[in-house]
Design a protein around this ligand. Structure first.
Ligand code: PRP
Length: 181
């Protein structure tokens, strides 16, 4: 994921807390309708997805078990290498389960591409992906993102779980960082 210049101002609002809440309710409804009568395994990809995950889960009225998957990328973080190391794995078997993977953002798509292959190998009954944010113009692989909250441009975004150098995860909105001139 590309980073902004080190000189930047405070984040400006890109997507307000109200818009997030409204769109997440729509996504939750869609998922609830698609999976009616089924039990799901919801997987949160740490760290960035933790706030989105907790908010959407509270809006999905289905029998759900929650799992947490920790991943970290190798190498130069300014350019996604696609090499992903699992730092926290799921202990429960996923075989024959209906699995939904929740991400905060799909940028190059390399992380999600790795995770889809990793989870498919565990033979779930079905596997779908849900991402709050997606950057269609930055995608480097062709992968399915079944539920998308917002398609955004190339701007570097923070807040609502997303960080820049470890900061801003606690902001209640999605913000963007402008380089200072
Ligand atoms: C972010 C995000 C995705 C990934 C998307 O994670 O949570 O997992 O990058 O980028 P990609 O589509 O280019 O692969 P990050 O590496 O920032 O870690 P974090 O969630 O722990 O902050």
């Amino acid at each position: 994921m590309s980073k902004p210049a080190s000189n930047h101002s405070d984040p400006k609002v890109l997507i307000s807390a109200e818009k997030l809440d409204e769109r997440i309710a729509e996504l939750a409804n869609e998922i609830q309708n698609d999976y009616a009568g089924r039990e799901i395994v919801a997987i949160c990809v740490l760290k960035g997805s933790f706030i989105f995950f907790s908010d959407i889960l509270r809006k999905i009225d289905l029998p759900t078990s929650c799992e947490f998957l920790g991943v970290s990328s190798y190498g130069d973080k300014k350019v996604s290498s696609g090499e992903v190391k699992v730092t926290l794995d799921i202990n429960e078997p996923l075989e024959n389960k209906h699995v939904i993977l929740f991400e905060d953002i799909v940028d190059s798509g390399l992380t999600l591409s790795y995770l889809i292959a990793n989870l498919r190998a565990r033979r779930p009954a079905s596997l779908r992906t849900c991402s709050l944010l997606m950057k269609p113009d930055s995608m480097r692989v062709d992968i399915p993102v079944d539920y998308v909250g917002f398609k955004i441009g190339p701007e570097f975004v923070v807040g609502y779980g997303l960080d820049y150098a470890g900061k801003f995860r606690g902001l209640p909105f999605i913000g963007f960082l402008e380089a200072e001139h």
